[in-house]
Design a binder for this molecule. Structure first.
Ligand code: HEC
Ligand code: HEC
Length: 318
């Protein structure tokens, strides 16, 4: 188990060297080295679970059997989602959680069109998605069978809309002081009322329940602290196209941005994942598939425009 823990940390490290567009580096956070390890004998339990499970962090981080604290709250899970297949295909729910809403460093995959999920996996496999977060997905995409992929895609596509609500957006000039911790996630600093400024080109996506997030508890959601006024500016850009600066998102992403045909939903998804995609598409680390349709959307957007757009999308109901 310990070996897996180390492997997952190591997988995050190349991000430091690779670097994304410097201005949006904050959307690709990396866990600092040498964080204290929990006592391996200590056991934990998610709040309100009826399973009675008490697990060590090594069990919680088991690539091929992460915890499902609330098994009654989702449809029956295919084994590739629940357990993966050793050695290369880890359980999807390890990072995307049993409802697919995911953590900021991975992605929300709940309610995406099944075909879209399949195509993205092929894109990871074929070199179409290469950001600093991608290596874990590339390894899995090269080994997963088409039948397994179909099972996973159908499962995540079937998650009902009510289960997709996951992000709370808070606008302001400041956010509570926070830091990057385990898993490259942001956590609130404990025992302080200090704040940090939220610049117009910055978002802090923070765990609403720090322990829950570390326990991979599917009730432990996230808060996006976004710049003052960004949601309204994002709405204007998304709905009018900003005088030709971009294209109205609903044309392809559907009414209320809930997805249309094979085009993924944007509403209610975490700002960090969404802005990495806009940035990656703009700088070419995400290409292939139908990404060509997004090129004209992103080419004239600056970092602040992207912050506004994703703040607005994260604030919408899925
Ligand atoms: C070790 C963590 C981890 C595991 C396990 C994992 N993923 Fe991912 N997933 C990620 C990361 C990281 C990203 C990319 C985030 C980015 O591009 O910034 C991602 C992205 C995705 C995307 C792209 C979403 C989109 O909207 O385009 C899909 C689809 C996906 N994963 C499916 C799966 C499936 C299916 C499995 C199980 C076979 C799986 N993932 C297992 C970490 C993981
Ligand atoms: C002309 C059609 C079109 C328009 C207009 C459009 N998109 Fe897209 N968008 C797409 C397609 C198609 C994809 C999926 C690309 C792929 O297959 O990899 C996509 C993907 C995305 C993604 C990545 C989603 C994911 O799950 O990884 C984001 C973020 C996004 N669009 C944001 C926007 C925003 C914001 C707007 C409006 C400012 C917009 N799009 C307008 C067609 C469009």
């Amino acid at each position: 188990m310990r070996k897996f823990l180390l492997a997952s940390v190591a997988a995050l490290l190349p991000a430091m060297a690779l670097g994304a567009d410097a201005g949006l580096q904050w959307a690709y956070p990396v866990a600092p080295q040498g964080l204290p390890r929990p006592d391996p004998a200590r056991t934990f339990q998610a709040k309100g679970t009826k399973t009675g499970m008490m697990l060590t962090m090594a069990q919680i981080n088991n690539n091929f059997g992460p915890p499902d604290w609330f098994p009654d709250e989702h449809p029956a899970m295919p084994s590739i989602v629940k357990n993966g297949r050793a050695p290369h295909v880890r359980a999807c729910m390890l990072c995307h959680l049993p409802h697919g809403n995911g953590h900021p460093e991975s992605a929300s995959v709940s309610g995406l069109p099944a075909n879209y999920i399949i195509e993205q996996m092929h894109d990871f496999r074929d070199g179409g998605r290469t950001n600093s977060r991608a290596p874990v997905m590339i390894e899995m995409a090269k080994d997963i069978s088409e039948a397994e992929l179909k099972d996973a895609a159908n499962y995540f596509a079937s998650i009902p809309r009510a289960e997709q609500k996951w992000i709370r957006v808070v606008e302001g000039r400041t956010a509570p002081k926070n830091h990057v911790g385990n898993g490259g996630m942001r956590f609130l600093d404990e025992g302080t009322t200090e704040t940090v400024p939220v610049a117009p080109n910055m978002i802090y996506e923070v765990a609403a329940d720090a322990e829950g997030a570390e326990l991979r508890d599917q009730h432990a959601s996230f808060i996006d602290f976004v710049p003052e006024g960004s949601v309204q500016k994002g709405e204007a850009l998304a709905t009018t196209g900003g005088n030709g600066k971009t294209i109205q998102c609903a044309v392809c992403h559907g009414a209320d941005f809930r997805g249309l045909g094979g085009v993924p939903r944007l509403a209610g998804r975490g700002a960090y994942y969404l802005i990495r995609q806009l940035n990656d598409i703009k700088n070419g680390t995400r290409k292939g598939g139908d990404v060509a349709l997004m090129k004209a959307v992103v080419q004239n957007l600056n970092d602040e425009d992207m912050v506004d757009l994703v703040a607005y999308m994260a604030s919408r109901d899925p």
